[in-house]
Design a protein around this ligand. Structure first.
Ligand code: SF4
Ligand code: MSK
Length: 648
């Protein structure tokens, strides 16, 4: 691994500029924080009661117990499942906002929004046993929305969406007592069980972590994706572009950053109106250029081909171009440093969520019932700011990459099987015949502790070179797109021969963009479709597949990882691992939990070794399915033919 801060040249140029201008950005602050606390890094610092904080010495030279007697495994397990709770709560609370808006849309009380994918609504109505008959779309949507929203507080379970999982998986969850109830209940139970003096057996704590993570993955997150698709349209493959070179010198540049498409969809709509275009012109600009960062970027990219300015670690450096009139943020993954970075620039940081404010930012609260008006106020504020641009602050960077985006699990179905016989059969057949060795899901953030983008890119290149098709979401997708891996031609050229052949035949890149981090539920659905198609086992744990979050930083990544593990998937994390100070717990997560749920975790700081771990797991699954060897073509002689005919 290189010691560079970023693998991306444009980001590197702007990191250098930040150093020159003495603007403090994430890498500088990491350096100031270093060396970081070893106890915290290894998960063995506890501060959940006022007898602490307590630290357990992982090397055996100091205390081995907290004041209350808690040992390293209990402390690290509590910290770990609290990460699951926070991560799952974040995704699922996003989902709750979507469900609430969905109900208002159905009631006709949210002007600007509409039901766009009626087919998907009807499919979801069937999941929820909502009568279709000759009822109007809005009537159906209202009942679906209300039943969906009730899932957050479902006290007994099972959650409706868990019925989409393979039957064998559902039975296993029941046997293990981890079939999820509503995410609100599961998260509260984690907070209760991790309070001082409650649950103190690490495996028992991790089981609740699984249950809460499943309530997010197969509940809050999955419903967020479903309802967003119904309201904003299910993504279909389209061409998009990525990187900071897409910011336009002559336009009002507005960056939407965060997670919830409720706001960004309206900003897209408003910024395309003649009224706003004229308004931008009246301020001296050519027009309005909208771009995204982080998962909001993925949302507007896959539905509207709005360019992605960058991923998580590019949020600060984007401001250093001097081209950004407004960075409009909502929730999650927004650095508090943004207003400070923007202080020497004209960029306005605009917070919009009623649950998230930042010191130094302008707050224009977004209200879904007046969505268009809120969006218009925000876009106008950006246009007004165009005149404040400072010529001495302009630092143009050149360069962007094209990519194909928008592979929902439904479109994979259509693409592979054709619109008349939509099916996962061709994918399964190509896995069975070995042209596609297996499926890798590579997701997650950036982290300044590892070279920005590098681990994602190196790992995925190794996977596709070995004929593993890759599904990607979140900031990982941004990293991979910048390297051309989401482009059928440049990406295809980096794929192994047989994977390339399949991709060329279907016309897809070897790395399929499936959306934002809340859309990892699409990956669960795609994997479930593979199981249901047949020939690759009866459960998610049996298919030749593995996941990775190489540059993770967010608690949401731990929640996603845990719902994948609890769904039977092998998951490799890079950069850092939060339980190293608790050897028994770590052994259990890496080698032990799989005996129960079929999936397990691994940690590997080297991308090539990380890819090889995934490939070894895929090969093991191929062996177990009996599809590891190429079937020899047997030339039959007359005696063999007579034997077959005789036996027929
Ligand atoms: Fe220390 Fe126990 Fe309190 Fe944690 S719960 S801070 S280990 S006394
Ligand atoms: S935005 S959670 S840095 S993927 Fe979803 Fe990116 Fe990770 Fe945030």
């Amino acid at each position: 691994m290189s010691k560079k801060k970023s693998y991306d040249n444009l980001t590197t140029q702007l990191i250098d500029l930040a150093a020159e201008k003495k603007v403090s950005i994430a890498w500088d602050r990491l350096e100031e924080q270093s060396p970081q606390c070893g106890f915290g890094t290894m998960g063995v610092c506890c501060r959940i009661c006022a007898m602490g904080p307590c630290q357990v010495d992982p090397y055996g030279n100091g205390p081995q117990k907290g004041v209350c007697g808690a040992d390293a495994n209990t402390i690290a397990a509590r910290n770990f499942v609290r990460m699951v709770a926070a991560g799952g709560a974040s995704h699922s609370d996003h989902g709750r906002s979507v469900a609430e808006t969905f109900i208002e849309v159905a009631k006709g009380k949210a002007p600007g929004y509409s039901i766009q994918d009626e087919q998907k609504l009807l499919a979801l109505a069937m999941d929820f046993d909502v009568e279709i008959g000759d009822r109007s779309i809005n009537e159906i949507a209202l009942e679906v929305g209300e039943k969906a929203l009730a899932q957050w507080g479902e006290q007994h379970g099972p959650l409706v969406m868990t019925r989409r999982a393979p039957l064998k998986r559902q039975q296993l969850w029941d046997e293990l007592g981890i079939t999820p109830r509503g995410v609100d209940r599961e998260v509260v139970e984690i907070m209760h069980r991790t309070h001082m003096g409650v649950d103190q057996e690490y495996k028992h704590l991790i089981a609740q972590g699984s249950r809460a993570a499943l309530a997010d993955g197969w509940g809050g997150s999955m419903l967020a994706t479903e309802l967003q698709d119904i309201m904003f349209g299910t993504p279909v493959p389209a061409v998009g572009s990525v990187n900071l070179g897409l910011l336009e010198k002559d336009d009002v540049n507005i960056i939407v950053h965060g997670h919830e498409p409720l706001l960004s969809e309206m900003i897209v709509a408003v910024s395309m109106t003649d009224e706003m275009k004229e308004y931008a012109k009246s301020k001296g600009a050519r027009g309005i250029n909208l771009a995204g960062i982080c998962c909001t970027a993925n949302e507007v990219l896959m539905r509207h081909q709005i360019p992605m300015a960058g991923n998580f670690l590019q949020q600060e450096v984007a401001i250093l171009t001097g081209l950004v009139e407004a960075m409009v943020v909502d929730v999650q993954c927004i650095m508090q440093s943004l207003p400070e970075v923007a202080a020497g620039y004209h960029t306005e940081i605009i917070t919009t969520s009623k649950i998230a404010k930042m010191p130094g930012a302008k707050h224009i609260e977004f209200h879904e019932d007046q969505a268009l008006d809120s969006a218009k106020e925000i876009v106008k504020a950006a246009c007004d700011n165009f005149q404040n641009r400072k010529a001495e602050n302009l630092h143009l960077v050149e360069g962007s990459r094209d990519m194909v985006v928008g592979f929902s699990h439904e479109t994979i179905n259509y693409l592979l099987g054709g619109s008349y016989r939509a099916s996962y059969r061709p994918l399964n057949d190509n896995i069975i015949n070995g042209k596609i060795r297996g499926i890798g899901a590579v997701v997650g953030c950036n982290n300044p502790k590892s070279t920005h983008d590098e681990y994602h890119i190196a790992l995925v290149k190794e996977l596709i070179k070995n004929n593993v098709i890759v599904l990607t979401t979140g900031c990982a997708a941004g990293s991979l797109a910048k390297e051309g891996l989401l482009d059928p031609i440049s990406g295809g050229a980096m794929a192994g021969e047989t994977l390339r052949e399949v991709c060329e035949t279907v016309g897809i890149p070897p790395v399929l963009h499936m959306g934002a981090c809340v859309d990892n539920s699409r990956i669960l659905m795609a994997a479930t479709a593979v199981v249901k198609e047949g020939g690759l086992g009866d459960d998610l744990s049996e298919i030749p597949a593995a996941g990775a979050a190489p540059e993770w930083m967010s608690e949401k990544a731990i929640a996603i990882g845990q719902y994948c593990v609890a769904s039977g998937v092998y998951v490799v994390f890079g950069t850092t691992w939060p339980t190293h100070g608790a050897p028994e717990l770590t052994d259990y997560l890496f080698d032990g939990i799989d005996k129960e749920v079929g999936g397990k975790w691994a940690f590997e700081p080297d991308p090539i070794k990380g890819a090889q771990l995934m490939i070894a797991h895929i090969d093991e699954k191929r062996r177990a399915l009996g599809i590891d060897k190429k079937k020899e073509r047997v030339l039959m002689d007359m005696a063999m033919r007579r034997e077959i005919e005789g036996g027929a």
